[in-house]
Design a protein around this ligand. Sequence first.
Ligand code: FES
Length: 144
Amino acid sequence: MSQIIEYSEKVMDHFSNPRNVGEIENPSGVGTVGNAKCGDIMRIYLDIDENQIIRDCKFKTFGCGAAVATSSIATEMIKGKSVEDALKLTNQAVQEALGGLPPVKVHCSLLAEEAVHAALWDYAQKNNLQIEGLNPPVDDIEDL
Ligand code: FES
C-alpha cells in the first residue's frame, strides 16, 4: 500500500509559489546536476559581482515538488551572500529552512546543494579562481 507523504507548510509554500524561477542571461556561473534514479534535473544560474557577492540567482528545476521547493529556498539563502558563504550551503541547512523533508525526499535537497556548488565551480573555472573547499561537481548525485 502506498503512503501519503506529509510536507511542511514551508515546503508547500515554496512548491506552490517558487522564488527566483528562470534563467540569467550571460550568467557568471551555471550548474546543472541530476539524479539518474528519479530522473530529476536542477539548474542554477548565478550573477556574481566583482566583490564575489551573489547579486542574483535563478533556477530551473525539472523535477518533483520537493526539488522545486529546495531550489527555491536555496536561491533565497544564497542571494546577497559571498561566494565563500554560498559554498557553505548544505542540504541539512536547506532542509531545516524548509521545516524538514520526509526521508524519501532528502536526496532532493542534496540536488540543491550540488547545483549551487556546480554553479560556483563554473564561475571559478571561468575566472580562473581557486576557491578553497570547492571541488569539481558531479553530474549525477547518485555518484556522491
Ligand atoms: Fe528526485 Fe525529488 S524525487 S529530486
